[in-house]
Design a protein around this ligand. Structure first.
Ligand code: SF4
Ligand code: SF4
Length: 353
């Protein structure tokens, strides 16, 4: 195939030599301690991975520092995981302890491996996106400060993946994480009629609504939104900036649990709603922090070894989950969307709490 300038270069060019040589030929791997993995190839060659947390939004100075560490200890080879952990990839075992010592010295949190809470994957938040119902880095920092001990140890029953998306377009993995923090809007967009006609295309705006809640209004050359049909997704605002949806009083956070991507033991699972609304309370989001911490602590106390949050809940039943966590069950937990009937429990077998 001829060379083009389209698309990224082949990632294999950037793999450390030890990975290139042993690609697809690894014999086994083990976690030596929190934040340190060892891979051994069939050739006998070894790869050491040191994992450290990152705040995701990185200054150029910080990126330079990370690169300098990689130059010093691992011939410049490092990568970022999908949950924004930094991974230093070393082929020389003698450099592992000096790197760990320097990371400790520089206050990098080392961990996030095995049965831990690894870095929280999160979205853009107030710093960058136009539709957020909450911030991203702010609540994540507040939650991780509280759960830090679970990052640097591996004492949980299984790994706990936490994700945050600041609206339900969810650039984060909130649909399939053990605990998901999801920003929600609760009010209908407010059309600015004078601007709609100047900056928006009416047909595209109407077509952008997944529930058909928007119709054109020829009289005003703007649009009308049917509040009963609106599910506050903010999709129309992405297409037409004259339909702002942000609402400081009514925007906030919902908590979802029990999702996972893994195929181990049970098929992958979607996260389910457990707390419909918590207020935005910056800068430390105390309500969100204590809600997430409570779920983690109840899970730690009651789950069996290797059981993910969703697997634990499926074993004990949702009724018992709500009893143990003290979370109130409300009408908001009942899915009344058109396609919800498929998901309703249609058996008389209940696990009473
Ligand atoms: Fe923007 Fe929504 Fe993505 Fe957050 S989740 S960055 S608000 S689109
Ligand atoms: Fe439709 Fe979503 Fe806009 Fe509501 S917020 S009008 S559901 S696109």
């Amino acid at each position: 195939m001829g060379k083009t300038d389209i698309g990224p270069p082949d990632y294999k060019k950037y793999l450390p030599p030890v990975i290139q040589k042993n690609y697809g030929k690894w014999k086994y791997h083990e976690i030596l301690k929190p934040g340190l993995l060892k891979h051994v190839g069939e050739s006998g060659e070894e790869l050491y991975t040191v994992r450290a947390g990152s705040p995701r939004l990185l200054s150029t100075d910080h990126i330079r520092e990370i690169c300098e560490l990689a130059d010093k200890y691992c011939d410049g080879y490092l990568r970022f995981t999908s949950r924004h952990n930094i991974e230093f990839l070393l082929s020389d075992p003698r450099k592992v302890e000096p790197l760990l010592a320097e990371l400790k010295n520089k206050n990098y949190p080392v961990g996030g491996t095995g049965h831990s809470i690894t870095n929280i994957v999160h979205t853009q938040g107030w710093v960058h996106c136009h539709t957020p119902a909450t911030d991203a880095s702010g609540p994540v920092k507040a939650v991780m400060d509280e759960l830090y001990e679970y990052f640097v140890t591996m004492k949980l029953p299984s790994q706990v993946r936490i994700a945050l998306a600041c609206c339900l377009n969810m650039c984060g993995a909130v649909h399939c994480s053990d605990i998901a923090i999801l920003g929600i809007h609760r009010t209908v967009p407010k059309p600015d009629h004078a601007r709609v006609m100047n900056i928006c295309e009416i047909p595209t705006t109407v077509a952008s609504c997944p529930t058909g809640a928007i119709r054109p209004d020829p009289k005003t050359k703007s649009v009308v939104i049917n509040g009963d049909k609106c599910m506050y997704c903010g999709n129309c605002y992405t297409v037409c900036p004259a339909l702002p949806i942000a609402d400081p009083e009514n925007d906030g956070i919902s908590i979802w649990v029990g999702g996972k991507v893994s195929n181990a033991r049970t098929p992958p699972m979607f996260s389910k709603l457990v707390i419909p609304f918590l207020p935005n309370n910056p800068p430390r989001w105390p309500e969100v922090v204590s809600a997430v911490k409570n779920i983690v602590e109840v899970y730690v106390k009651h789950a069996r070894q290797h059981e993910r949050v969703g697997e634990w809940i499926n074993r004990i039943g949702w009724e018992r989950f709500f009893t143990l966590t003290g979370i109130e069950f409300t009408d908001k937990h009942i899915d009344d969307f058109t396609m919800a009937t498929d998901t309703f429990r249609s058996t008389t077998q209940f696990k009473w709490g």
